[in-house]
Design a protein around this ligand. Structure first.
Ligand code: F6P
Length: 364
């Protein structure tokens, strides 16, 4: 009987998930005694009755590296330690089904699990590892906020989409002499905002790590007006906030969804600027366009490297570890280190210095 490895994609989706899955299957196919299974919609597939797990073989993964999304789907609601159960009165309670998950994995003769997910998902990986599950992590998030890896796959694709949006806003902003605000993703980390602002030539970038002073933002626009330049481009991360202010978002009513649904900082910012300046402004919210679609070549390659590494970590018994990109190498690091803190934009990061060096205002 062949040894079985289970792949799960959990958390928000990200361009490159399918490229990781394909690489795992292809690398496993080079060993005679391994087969790969996929659990549908994160761990839900393992916990459903009947179970929803599928065989991932070469015919199923053929050509999927160019596809966005995840062929085994994903979820950012609930999880084995936090499984939502409906009470007779219609309310919901979170139940811990992790022991049952462990039993089900054993019953299915699954030797190892590869979890492709972000920080929340890898926290679950660590908890499962502590329960005896042979688990390997693969770092995924467009926000690029996971520690111990220089990059997560999907991030560069998101930067490409955001940069393309800046480029397009520049042409319409110049023809109408407007100030354009582009709201991009980035819950805790401003990597997408900062990179696309530098690449696209924005004039102001506001990120969660550097709370902004509205008078500095207004001052930068005024400086441009004084120079006779009638348009300006502002890139703002969804998690950005004013000094002394809070994030802009709403609480989700969806069962098991714990995050605040961010969105609206762009519109709020426009209102704040208009208190000082009588200028024409528009807001564009890029949203999930940054998460969908085909991964760029860079992310396909990174995702493929992670997939091969993850399966080799299974072969080597490197459980409780996550694949990570460091320098020009793909290594393994303890999941505990990867989840200990987030990878945020430090004020002295060289890209921050670069942005300041070319005159971009960071709102401080
Ligand atoms: O974690 C990545 C991310 O893209 C965040 O930037 C964003 O706040 C969140 O996902 C939105 O996720 P969803 O709409 O799927 O809940």
């Amino acid at each position: 009987m062949k040894k079985r490895v289970l792949v799960v994609t959990t958390g928000g989706d990200c361009p490159g998930l399918n490229a990781v899955i394909r690489a795992i299957v292809k690398r496993a196919g080079r060993e005679r005694n391994w087969e790969v299974l996929g659990s549908i919609e994160g761990y839900h597939g393992m916990l459903q009755e009947p179970m929803e797990i599928i065989q991932l073989d070469s015919s199923r993964v053929s050509g999927i590296h160019v596809m966005g999304g995840s062929i085994i789907r994903t979820t950012n609601k609930g999880g084995p330690f936090n499984w939502p159960v409906k009470n007779p009165d219609g309310t919901w309670t979170a139940v811990d089904r992790s022991d049952e998950l462990v039993r089900r994995l054993q019953y299915q003769n699954i030797e190892a699990v590869i979890c492709i997910g972000g920080d929340g998902s890898q926290k679950i990986s660590q908890q499962l590892f502590e329960k005896g599950v042979n688990i390997v992590g693969v770092p995924k998030t467009i926000d690029n906020d996971l520690s111990c890896t220089d990059l997560t796959f999907g991030f560069q694709t998101a930067v490409e989409v955001a940069t393309d949006a800046v480029d397009k806003l520049v042409t319409t902003a110049t023809s109408h002499s407007r100030t354009m605000i582009l709201e991009v993703m980035g819950r805790d980390a401003g990597w997408i905002a900062l990179n696309s602002a530098v690449a696209g030539g924005a004039h102001i970038v506001l990120i969660p790590e550097i709370p902004y002073d509205i008078t500095k933002v207004v001052g930068k626009i005024q400086d441009r007006i004084d120079l006779g330049k009638e348009f300006a481009i502002i890139v703002v991360a969804e998690g950005a906030k004013a000094i002394g202010g809070g994030i802009v978002g709403t609480k989700s009513s969806q069962v098991g969804y714990e995050n605040i649904v961010l969105g609206g900082i762009g519109r709020k910012l426009m209102g704040e600027i208009k208190k000082y300046l009588d200028i024409e402004m528009r807001v564009t919210v890029l949203g999930h366009l940054q998460r969908g679609g085909i991964p760029i070549a860079y992310d396909r390659i990174l995702a493929t490297q992670f997939g091969v590494k993850a399966f080799e970590m299974v072969l080597e018994g490197k459980f409780g570890q996550m694949a990570a990109y460091k320098g020009d190498d793909v290594i393994s690091v303890p999941i505990t280190e990867a989840i200990a803190k987030m990878s945020l934009v430090e004020p002295d990061n060289y890209l921050v210095k670069t942005a300041r060096g070319i005159g971009i205002c960071l709102g401080d």
